[in-house]
Ligand binder design. Structure first.
Ligand code: F6P
Length: 328
């Protein structure tokens, strides 16, 4: 147990994700359990620079476990990328007598946190919070499960129109660099084709495959396209290409956008966030720093930031196979 840590700060940074509030709540209440003081930082790493701090106790975080977004607000801080910005952040933390920091966010947040720890040797533990599920070393990130459910619900609704009008819908989902949302929601919603950044199917193969499925008796088609997919310049251009090369369907485009980031977190995300919040405070009290707490095979794990931010372009080939087999 580290005798040094008496006061912890918590922040959310980068894209908001459903379940971040549940993680804040867990960090605040775990701090209280261990008789530590807890401070909330508003607007992420930018809030460290602005010194935007507020004392939090167990009652400050009541009724937030069920709320989407983040009560601490979030931001993508350009200033924190500068040495001068980080120095101000460090000075503010010292002035506020904060001994350690819990950061809830994605790879950008962890990259900034690692640099900060390297420069100032300041104890930081990260909690993976992003709908993209693109953090190395954890099976799931907070918000991913909720986003999947939101996407599947939306695609189910679009399918009603696709079926009624014999249309082909291209549906863009989030995931700049990772196809996890597209692949899993695509399988869950019974998509005919799933286009992900990790694998370039090629436009011709896509059209051939869509023609084949039309011939097999399908009257409509759903193609899930991850935001970062490389097959076309963008989904509009891809739709034009399909229109020019496939007469069988009327082609429509839906971009789901930020509805994927909002909404009440699923039970899975609330439990994951609660476990990771408690795990982060445990890790700090154990003297750990420069790490993320994650989940692997249902167990809480500790992963160095350097590993967590490595990024992983590996796709689960079994999922691709399941998608191929079940979409015939
Ligand atoms: O990282 C989460 C994410 O939602 C990505 O899927 C998406 O590319 C990006 O954030 C969008 O960011 P912003 O809301 O800043 O436009």
């Amino acid at each position: 147990m580290s005798e040094m840590i008496k006061r912890i700060a918590v922040l959310t940074s980068g894209g908001d994700a459903p379940g971040m509030n549940a993680a804040i709540r867990a960090v605040v209440r775990a701090s209280s359990y261990h008789e530590l003081e807890c401070v909330g930082v508003f607007r992420g790493l930018q809030g460290l620079i602005e010194g935007d701090f507020k004392e939090l106790g167990p009652r400050s975080v009541k009724n937030i476990i069920n709320r989407g977004g983040t009560v601490l607000k979030s931001a993508r801080s350009k200033e924190f990328r500068t040495k001068a910005g980080r120095q101000v952040a460090y000075d503010n933390l010292k002035d506020a007598k904060i001994d350690a920091l819990v950061v809830i966010g994605g790879d950008g947040t962890f990259t900034g946190s690692k640099v900060f720890n390297d420069e100032f040797n300041f104890p930081i533990v990260g909690i993976p919070g992003t709908i993209d599920n693109d953090i190395n070393g954890t099976d799931y990130t907070i918000g991913y499960d909720t986003a999947l459910n939101t996407v599947v619900e939306a695609i189910d609704k679009i399918r009603d129109t696709a079926n009624s009008h014999n249309r082909l819908f291209l549906i863009e989902v989030m995931g700049r660099d990772a196809g996890d949302i597209a692949l899993n929601a695509g399988i869950g919603a019974g998509a005919e084709e799933i286009l992900i950044p990790e694998q370039d199917m090629g436009k011709d193969r896509l059209v051939t495959s869509l023609k084949r499925s039309k011939k097999s008796g399908k009257s409509s088609s759903i193609v899930v396209v991850a935001e970062g997919d490389q097959i076309g310049k963008n989904i509009i251009e891809l739709a034009d290409y399909i229109r020019q090369n496939l007469d069988e369907y009327e082609v429509k485009v839906t971009v789901l956008g930020h509805i994927q980031r909002g909404g009440s977190p699923s039970c899975y995300d609330r439990v994951l966030a609660s476990r990771l919040g408690v795990g982060a405070v445990d890790a700090l009290l154990d003297g750990k720093r420069d790490i993320m707490v994650g989940i692997a095979c249902s167990k809480i794990v500790q992963v160095p930031f350097a590993e967590a931010i490595k990024g992983s372009n590996e796709i689960d080939l079994d999922l691709i196979r399941v998608a191929d087999i079940t979409s015939v």
